[in-house]
Write a protein that binds this ligand. Structure first.
Ligand code: NAD
Length: 352
C-alpha cells in the first residue's frame, strides 16, 4: 500500500425510495424553520409541491436556477432569502440547482439540504463554479458543502433517457480522474470503481427502460460514489478541458463530459496503467478509453464535439487555453498532443 492522506467530508447522506417524506425531519434536525426551496424553472412544480409538503417549515420557493450559477441569478435569490427571512435552502434538482444552494451558502452560511435529481454529483462536493461576465471561476471551500443529501430514487424516474446517459457519463468522469488523482487514496479508489461499475451496469438498462427501478437505484448510488470521488480528490486534464470548452464555447455540461472522456482517458492511458486497469475492470472491457466510447455509443449519447456545435476553427484556441495554465496530470499537458486530442474528440473517433 502506498502512503496516502484521506479527509472524509462531514455530510449526512440519506438514500432510498420515498426519502422525500423525511425532508421536514431533516430541516428540523438542522435546527431550521424557514426553508427556501430552490429549483430550475423546469422543475418549478416539483419545488412547489415540496414546499407544500414542508408546510410551515417552508418560507417559499425560488424556481430560477440555471446552468453555471450566474452571479446575477444568485443575487436575485439572495434578495428572496432576505425578504423571506429564510434560514436554510432545500435544493431540488441537478447540478444547476445544487450550485445555487451552494452560492447562497457561500454568501450566508445557510445550511443546505440537497435533493439531487440527476447524476452530476455536485451535492457531494465542496466545489462551486460561478459565472460572472461570461467567465467561470471555480472554488473549493467547506462553506458550500451541503450538510444533508437526500437521495430519493423516485425523483430520478423522470430524468429523460438522453440526460440519464450524459449525466451518468459525467459522473463516471469524476471516478476515472479520481483513479489517477495525484492525491488519490484507497477509499476514493474503491468508491470510484464501484461507482463506475454501478453506472455502467445501470445506464444501458435505463436507456432501454427509464422506469427500471433497480437500474435507477444503482445509477443514483453510482452517482453518489462518483460525486464523493470529485469531492475528495483533485481532478486533472479531463475536467480542465471540459471547463475550458464549456466556458469558452458555451457547450452543454454533461454532453461535453460524455464526448471528451474517452479521449482524455486515451491521453492518460500509458501514464496511469493501474487506474486504466481499474476503469476497464469496472466496465468489464479490455481497454478503458475504447470501453468508455463504446458505453457512450451504446447509450445513443453524443460522441463528437461537432455534434455539440463546437466550431472546428475553435479547436486551436481551445488547445491554447487548455495548455496555458499548467496543472498536474499523469501525463504532462503538451499543446500539440492536446490539439490532437481535441481533434479526435471533435470528429468523435473511437480511441485506440
Ligand atoms: P441541470 O441541473 O442543469 O439539469 C438539466 C435540466 O434537467 C434542467 O432543466 C433540470 O430542471 C432538468 N432535470 C433535472 N433533473 C430532472 C429529473 N429528474 N426529471 C426531469 N428533469 C430534470 O444539469 P446537471 O448536469 O445536473 O448540472 C450541470 C451543472 O452542474 C453545471 O453548471 C455544472 O458546472 C454543475 N456541476 C457542478 C459540480 C460541482 O461539484 N460543483 C459537479 C457537477 C456539475
Amino acid at each position: 500500500m502506498q502512503p496516502f492522506t484521506y479527509e472524509s467530508l462531514p455530510q449526512r447522506v440519506v438514500f432510498g425510495w420515498g426519502t422525500l417524506d423525511r425532508v421536514a425531519e431533516d430541516v428540523e434536525r438542522l435546527g431550521c424553520r424557514r426553508a427556501l426551496v430552490l429549483s430550475t424553472p423546469e422543475q418549478r412544480e416539483a419545488a412547489e409541491a415540496l414546499a407544500v409538503r414542508l408546510g410551515p417549515l417552508a418560507a417559499g420557493t425560488f424556481p430560477g436556477a440555471v446552468m453555471h450559477t450566474p452571479v446575477e441569478v444568485t443575487e436575485r435569490a439572495m434578495q428572496v432569502v432576505r425578504d423571506l427571512g429564510a434560514d436554510c435552502t432545500v435544493a431540488l434538482g441537478g447540478g444547476s440547482t445544487t450550485g445555487l444552494g451552494k452560492a447562497i451558502a457561500l454568501r450566508t452560511d445557510l445550511p443546505q439540504v440537497a435533493i439531487p435529481t440527476t447524476y452530476a454529483g455536485s451535492e457531494a462536493t465542496p466545489i462551486l463554479g460561478e459565472t460572472e461576465g461570461g467567465k467561470k471561476t471555480t472554488r473549493r471551500t467547506m462553506k458550500v458543502l451541503p450538510e444533508v443529501i437526500l437521495y430519493d430514487v423516485a425523483l430520478t424516474l423522470t430524468l429523460p433517457p438522453a440526460l440519464t446517459a450524459t449525466s451518468g457519463m459525467n459522473a463516471i468522469a469524476h471516478a476515472v480522474e479520481a483513479l489517477y488523482a495525484r492525491d488519490g487514496n484507497p477509499i476514493t479508489a474503491a468508491m470510484a470503481e464501484q461507482g463506475i461499475a454501478a453506472l455502467a451496469r445501470a445506464l444501458p438498462r435505463l436507456v432501454a427502460d427509464p422506469s427500471d427501478r433497480d437500474a435507477r437505484s444503482d445509477a443514483l448510488f453510482g452517482a453518489w460514489a462518483c460525486g464523493v470521488c470529485l469531492g475528495t480528490v483533485g481532478m486533472a486534464l479531463h475536467h480542465k478541458l471540459c471547463h475550458t470548452l464549456g466556458g469558452t464555447f458555451d457547450l452543454p455540461h454533461a454532453q461535453t463530459h460524455t464526448v471528451v472522456l474517452p479521449h482524455a482517458t486515451a491521453y492518460n492511458e500509458a501514464a496511469a496503467p493501474e487506474a486504466m486497469r481499474a476503469v476497464a475492470r469496472a466496465l468489464g472491457v479490455d481497454r478503458a478509453p475504447a470501453g468508455l466510447h463504446d458505453l457512450a455509443r451504446s447509450l445513443g449519447a453524443p460522441l463528437s464535439l461537432r455534434e455539440l456545435g463546437m466550431p472546428q476553427d475553435g479547436l486551436d484556441r481551445a488547445a491554447d487555453l487548455a495548455a496555458a495554465n499548467p496543472y498536474w496530470n499523469p501525463r504532462p499537458v503538451e499543446r500539440a498532443a492536446i490539439r490532437d486530442l481535441l481533434g479526435a474528440a471533435w470528429e468523435g473517433h473511437r480511441p485506440g
